[in-house]
Structure formats: C-alpha cells, structure tokens
Write a protein that binds this ligand. Structure first.
Ligand code: SF4
Length: 94
C-alpha cells in the first residue's frame, strides 16, 4: 500500500489499513554516515533510505551492508573477526 507519513504515496510493504507497521510509525531520517549513498532519497519531509526504515541501526555493527558509497575493502576491514576462529585458521597452516 502507499505510505501516508514521511514518504507520502510511495509503495511500501509496511503500510497497511492499520497504518505503518514500523515500531515508531514512520521511517527515520538517514544517518550522517549515509551521506553519499545512492540509496538516499530526498523527500519534502527529509532524506530517507530507500531500503531501510532505521538507517542508524545499519551502522551499529560496522558498515551498512547495502551502502553504495563504501568500498568493499573498507567494509571487509570493518567486519568483525572472531579471534577463536582466526586462531584455529592460523593453527591449521602450521
Ligand atoms: S543503504 Fe545503508 S548507507 Fe545507504 S542510505 Fe540506506 S542505511 Fe544508509
């Protein structure tokens, strides 16, 4: 159905006869780290992500997995490395 809040008349899976199914009842504006991403959409109500309703949450564990403005190497560096698995991997090469 069509959104009737911040992205008025945009087709949205979260909108139903009962309103927006998001916890806060509408999408959140993009995080400052989203600047430069091709998924940022400008609406009269502000800038919103075309993919995620809560863009700030996508940066909690490092780099947003859908960001178009971050190079793959940077995203790989930011990825969490499990020290136990890394130790086992290193041990197997002896
Ligand atoms: S895809 Fe990620 S980086 Fe891009 S606007 Fe959405 S939350 Fe921000």
């Amino acid at each position: 159905m069509l959104c009737q809040t911040v992205k008025k008349d945009k087709e949205c899976l979260f909108w139903s006869a009962g309103g927006c199914a998001q916890e806060t009842g509408k999408c959140h504006i993009v995080d400052e780290k989203c600047e430069g991403c091709a998924r940022v959409e400008e609406w009269p109500t502000g800038k919103y992500c075309a993919t995620y309703a809560h863009p700030e949450n996508q940066w909690d564990l490092g780099v947003c997995n859908m960001a178009t403005h971050i190079k793959a190497e940077a995203a790989a560096e930011a990825r969490f490395v499990n020290p136990l698995k890394a130790s086992k991997r290193a041990g197997g090469r002896r």
